[in-house]
Ligand binder design. Sequence first.
Ligand code: ADP
Length: 617
Amino acid sequence: MTIEEFLTQLTRIFFVLLMVITLVDYLRYRDRVRRDVALVFVSLSVNIIIIIFVQATGLQLPWLLRLGAVAVLAQPYLLLRLVRYLRPVPRLLYRGAVLAMIASWVLVLIFQGEFPPPVLLLIIAYFVAIDGYTVLAFFRGGSASTGVVRHRLTYAAAGSGLLVVALFLVGVRLVLPDPSFARTILTSLIQLAAILSTLAYYLAFASPRWLRQMWQMLELKRYLEEIRSLENRTVAGMVDLLHQSVARAMDTDMIVIALWDDTAQVLEPQRTIKNVSPADFDAEGVVWQAWRDRTPIARQQRYLTGADAQVMQKLDAETLFVVPLITSDRAIGLVMVFLRFGSLFVDDDLRLLEIYAQQTVTMLENFEMVEKLHHQAEALELKVQERTKALQRSNDELRQFAYIASHDLQEPLRTVSNYLQLIESRYPDKLDDAGREFIAFAVDGAVRMKNLINALLTYSRIDSRERKITLVDCQKVVDEVQRLLEATIKEAEADITIDNMPKIRADEQLLVQLFQNLISNAIKYHGTEKPKIQVSAVRDKNFWRFSVQDNGIGIEPQYMERIFVIFQRLHLQTEYPGTGIGLAICKKVVELHGGRIWVESEAGKGTTFLFTLPATG
Ligand code: ADP
């Protein structure tokens, strides 16, 4: 077998194979599109089969060969019919194709299949013209769509294009002298074009599943990228993107996207055309069937009735795709796509819409989740704000009360003690010893009360006073405290050591109060030995941990919490004088700075007050 013969056989086998595949496909689905696709390849292959049969059997069956020629001559017309699924074919062209087909059949009868070259050229012109038109139509259809359909239509255009080239070359070969070198070359080129044409047709009309899946994946990837780059990440933004992508993929602007409104219990159109809404369709019709069954459906106008058909008429649409938007547990919306003409690869179009729908739903679900979280966070924030406000209000009221109370109480108290002292000085003779003693008690009580009120005032001022946060050298603070307590320290012969005082950002005035209270307590609550006090600080991550350690009387464990509460004391005035407010102030100062205060102690051995304050840098 020569190469030439081999190529001829290969082309023949390819075409027969294509016929078988498309026929099987048609028999499986039995729809008009698949029938028309199969017919194109039947027309091409019947002739091949007949030739092979005649050659193999050696029978003289001229009528059979003529039948084969008749079949081949229908190819341009049949191919043109496929174009009608994509876009309308000009009537004149369509009629011309039919006429040319019939005319060439007549010629077959007249010339018994043995055409003289001029007739053959005429027939070739018919092929080239009609097939050439289909090339353009397929190509335009391909560039106006995306995904699998784009690839398939482009290959269809290539298949027809190569067929046109092959036929054109056959025409050229006819006018060349025989034998000639150019003719031999042309023959090979014709065979090459024919083989490539079958390959392209194969990819277009019988594309293997894996290839279509790959094209689908590529489209899915593209759509996901689009979603990712979406700036308006809201439901409306997503609906917009879906609308755009579907419009581009299906080459149509007739798209309705409706979302389920839970409160109104309706499918509310978000995007529509000519006010079409799912409510316009028959309750038993294809749209609601797709919604109820949660399955995508494609339907041609001629199979629709009632309200469904009316909507199609209103839109002048030929094909309808209905794709529900389904989450894992419910249908949340519906996409309807109307095509003015039809679709050559309905299943691929439907699958593409399904992919868009799935991805859109996934994104919408994400948005919903994010939005829900957002709402929850907002609600929480609101609650916190409310509580904080309430707390602030009650704090303010308390502070105001403490201030007014302590301030206003001082006046009558002064009156009481003044008059008591007046009685004592004016009537020294009229009072006996018991009377003088009672008055002394009363005066003493008034003094104590004055101290308490002053302490309360100091305490309440800590909050009301504006804080002045600066970089404070704690060494200086402790020095200042020692200066303030100079007399007390001397009197108690206290030994105070100070270690490693840091610089921190704080309110200096408050720090003075803090250290003053702790150091004066350490001196006051000394035991039998002379007070030995150590003030130091260590760095603990973001904090400085300060300690004021003494060798005093110590504190029983059960009182360690209580002593920080205002007016809580563990001793009688006669044992150790005081107001019970010092540690309450300390706690407040530390907490105002974001720290914590606590005590470690062993009764009889000494006490260590520890507190933390935030470190700077
Ligand atoms: P005040 O010293 O005026 O009583 P504080 O609030 O400063 O009030 O102290 C509360 C109580 O804590 C004191 O009455 C005392 O019993 C106990 N306390 C405070 N500091 C020491 C200390 N360094 N050693 C032993 N007990 C202490």
